[in-house]
Design a protein around this ligand. Sequence first.
Ligand SMILES: [Cu+2]
Length: 160
Amino acid sequence: MKMTPRLLTSIFFLAWFGLGNSLVFATQANTTKMSEIVSVNDAWARETFKFARTGAAYLSITNHSESNVAVLSSVEVDESVASMVELHETFVNDEVMSMEEIEDGIEIAPNSTVQLAPGGKHLMFMGLSEPFTNGQNFEAKLHFEDSSSLTISIPVKDAR
Ligand SMILES: [Cu+2]
């Protein structure tokens, strides 16, 4: 093939265009925030007894992305609600129920939903300033692995 100036120009254009496209694509993939590909549903906290210092909350979190994983890494709450929040998982060993902190965060795969529900994963609020009271509502900020965050409202319900 003889390289005419016009052909060289086309090759250059195609290479440049292709590279440009992949750069744009890579940038988009990297800037998709985890907080923007998830939705949170059915959040609720269980009413506690009067002098409780800990309380649990549950929710369902859906990742709507076709390709990106979302990882819930921590939860923040105002100190007027609790002094700290941990992600917990409940285990039953020899009929004894115990719970452990989930240290690596909760991964939500593309196109899937993770349920935080009684007997399983939950948000553990520690050092409650006030007991969780039926009808009350408080805000919590979900932090994802990429530093994006999502503030949700959690209603307290009487689960008996
Ligand atoms: Cu717990």
